[in-house]
Design a protein around this ligand. Structure first.
Ligand code: BGC
Length: 362
């Protein structure tokens, strides 16, 4: 029997609620002994700036974003800049999945699929601040049964901690009242030059610790195959410039992704101590190393940035002026039983851990 569960009353309640939060939405600043500063807003659980000195001691802000909290509201800008994405980062095929033979139908907000938890995903809602000091901030999302049609009431936490050795440690946790799916990530757009007006991420070097990736079709939907990167433009097992091969659209995956917009299958064995990816900007010497206990990383080279969004300091963000390194389970995992599961059941706790470690090459 096919039961399609739609939970409309709850969805309507969410659609009616605005961006307001009881605590108000504001910026929170984390600082450390070496002079690094990270700013976060509870709205969408977003990182809004990461400022650190470059090889010449000049302070650089290495993520895209906006000057004011209100600029992050979807009615002002529909972007995922810096966001804590939930409930399900990445795409679910036609918004459909089932758990224990019960089918669910999510809103389709991207080429016929559900992307990043739907049109009112957590990145467009206020998180509650449950702890905050100059070193860390803990945010809470209370997501009701039927939030974007997902089953179960979920309580999720995102904790950002800035360490003295320039690491941003991001810990996710969630519990549920009924079987559901969860896959959280951070959606920061990095530009390690600190100068997105003049510097494309194509100039920067990328290493990905992955010998395989998951290809997509022309609607950006993961096909279910796992293919080797060897001898293709997807091979970043040896660090090289992102722009070296990004425009080789005769390679179908780059055409389908409009550049890089794919999940790489990490060779890290979900070990947070093993390097997953590394991004380096020669101009500033700033290096970002990514560590995670997730099996995959979505690398999105900012292909949809098109000069229609004006960010911090009035800078217009053009194509490929930011790159996202989104640690996560593979896209459409709810429909790919052969892949690591994203199902969360009552009594279990979801954990995900990501570290963005910064340093400077002299
Ligand atoms: C996806 C892109 C999408 C972007 C939107 C990325 O995670 O892979 O296809 O356009 O998010 O923010």
């Amino acid at each position: 029997m096919r039961i399609v569960k739609t939970i409309l009353p709850a969805l309507c309640a969410i659609a009616l609620c605005s961006c307001a939060s009881e605590q108000g939405n504001r910026f929170y600043k984390l600082t450390n002994a070496s002079g690094m500063e990270v700013t976060v807003t509870n709205f969408g659980g977003r990182i809004t700036s990461i400022v650190l000195p470059d090889k010449e001691g000049i302070k650089r802000d290495v993520v895209l974003g906006f000057d004011k909290v209100e600029d992050y509201y979807p009615e002002n800008n529909q972007t995922d800049f810096g966001a804590s994405i939930g409930r399900y980062a990445n795409r679910i095929n036609q918004g459909r999945f089932s758990i224990d033979s019960v089918e669910y139908d999510l809103p389709k907000n991207n080429f016929g699929h559900c992307l990043h938890g739907g049109p009112t995903g957590w990145q467009y809602q206020p998180y509650k601040v449950v702890e905050a000091d100059s070193r860390h901030i803990k945010l809470r999302m209370d997501s009701p049964e039927g939030d974007n049609n997902f089953p179960g009431a979920v309580t999720a936490f995102v904790t950002y901690t800035l360490t003295d050795d320039d690491k941003i440690d991001i810990a996710y946790e969630a519990t549920t009242t009924a079987p559901t799916i969860i896959n959280m990530t951070n959606h920061s757009y990095f530009n390690l030059s600190g100068d997105p007006a003049n510097h494309s991420i194509c100039e920067d070097e990328l290493f990905i610790n992955a010998s395989q990736y998951t290809p997509v079709d022309a609607t950006y939907m993961t096909t279910g195959e796992i293919l080797p990167v060897a001898d293709t433009p997807m091979d970043f097992t040896v660090a090289h410039k992102i722009g070296d091969r990004i425009n080789e659209y005769e390679f179908e995956q780059l055409k389908n992704g409009n550049g890089y917009d794919h999940n790489w299958v990490l060779d890290t064995d979900c070990d947070i101590n093993v390097l997953a990816a590394e991004l380096t900007c020669e101009q500033t010497g700033i290096k970002l190393q990514v560590y995670t206990d997730e099996p995959g990383i979505q690398v999105y080279s900012g292909n949809f940035l098109d000069g229609t969004v004006t960010g911090k300091g009035g800078v217009v963000y053009q194509q490929r002026t930011g790159i996202c390194l989104e640690t996560q389970h593979y896209p459409d995992s709810p429909n790919k039983p052969q892949w690591p599961s994203v199902v969360l059941r009552p009594g279990e706790t979801y954990h995900s851990h990501c570290i963005f470690a910064f340093s400077v090459n002299q």
